[in-house]
Ligand binder design. Sequence first.
Ligand code: ATP
Length: 259
Amino acid sequence: MGSDIVLATTALAKHYGRVRAVDGIDLEVRRGEVYGFLGRNGAGKTTTIRMLLGLIRPSAGSVQVFGRPIGGDQEWLRRVGFLVESATAYASLTVTENLDLQRRLTGAPRQRVADVIEQLGLAPYAGRRAGRLSLGNKQRLSLARALLHSPQLLILDEPANALDPAGIVEVRELLRSLADQGVTVFMSSHILAEVAHLADRIGIVDAGVLVEEAPREVLAARARAYVQDSFTAGEREEALLTADLERYFLARTNPEASR
Ligand code: ATP
């Protein structure tokens, strides 16, 4: 395994009785890469991510992070930031208090609290209790917690959950800039548009199996060819309309207002 492979799985599987939630997945994610793990509801994304983090034990196969099998000493976890299911903050603590608690747990420098509040656009809510945040801002807080200790690898299950279109763009830009600085990002999504703009490589998972994996441009070219061949003119127009409407919506709304 090359030293630039930050995250890898070999024949990773998780079976619940007869349900093959994950059924033999091989992944390799390189340093500084954004990997989009795309699949429908129930495809096996969360189960995979839980195994990547050592939260559940695989039925078969293995996970290597930073070139070593996970388990044993927990040192690797210090280099990983993660988000699995949102709303993990303490409801009665404010945004700042939640982050400060996390900072003390991880030994991150004090300045990081202000940094991530700024990065996630949480400044107007710094003094608000987490329990009173909107769903989208709870998600921002979860992302802020994941980033607090400046991890080298981010493993994010549906990071765009509950974010409005402007929030999705902000988080996308944030993840891109982190990847440009060498941070590796593995993120799941069931929304193609979300990963289409961000991921360097996209893996499509279906019924626990990786059915396709390719660099974004390659997949985009395949998609264009598919649309050309199998969509009617009306369907093509519909798809363009959705893209135009999203852009218009972004142009007409202010991300600083109404959070
Ligand atoms: P979503 O986008 O809806 O979150 P997902 O791709 O994350 O979906 P998983 O949550 O990984 O999908 O679930 C994959 C399959 O495994 C589903 O059929 C689910 O019902 C099943 N499954 C997950 N966890 C368990 C469990 N603890 N016991 C039994 N079946 C489970």
